[in-house]
Design a protein around this ligand. Structure first.
Ligand code: FES
Ligand code: FES
Length: 140
């Protein structure tokens, strides 16, 4: 696939590849709605030029589930009612999976600090912390 070197990964995913699970919230690196994984690490796709991902593995929220089986983090968000609006939830889940895989989710404070790049203003945070702790047990 050829992309204009000025086009972001976020716009490429959504507009060219129809992978609309990744959301455009602020489009300036502040809200976390656009979080995806590149080579297993979480990044903001609105601040990433698509051309810089050439040859690298990009995972979006669409790629987390295995067929009909939800990823443990998706399942935990459902069970803990951590789901929020369609805008912030995909980014929250991608960030949470990245954080657990990085091995940094050791306490509630760790989780809050390391999830602080994902902004929601609707007070669902306690459920998200519980969901992440549930998923972490299964992901080990
Ligand atoms: S859309 Fe990328 S951080 Fe908000
Ligand atoms: S921003 Fe999505 S529920 Fe608050």
């Amino acid at each position: 696939m050829e992309v204009d070197p000025r086009v972001t990964l976020l716009d490429t995913l959504r507009e060219r590849l129809d992978l609309t699970g990744t959301k455009k919230g602020c489009d300036r690196g502040q809200c976390g709605a656009c979080t995806v994984h590149i080579g297993g690490r979480r990044v903001r796709s609105c601040l990433t030029l698509a051309a810089t991902t050439d040859g690298r593995e990009v995972t979006t929220i669409e790629g987390l589930a295995k067929g009909d089986r939800r990823h443990p983090m998706q399942q935990a968000f459902v069970e803990r009612d951590g789901l929020q609006c369609g805008f912030c939830t995909p980014g929250q889940i991608m960030s949470a999976v990245g954080m657990v895989n990085e091995g940094h989710a050791k306490s509630d404070d760790d989780i809050r600090e390391r999830m602080s790049g994902s902004i929601c203003r609707c007070s669902c945070y306690p459920f998200i912390v519980e969901a992440i702790k549930d998923a972490q047990k299964v992901m080990r």
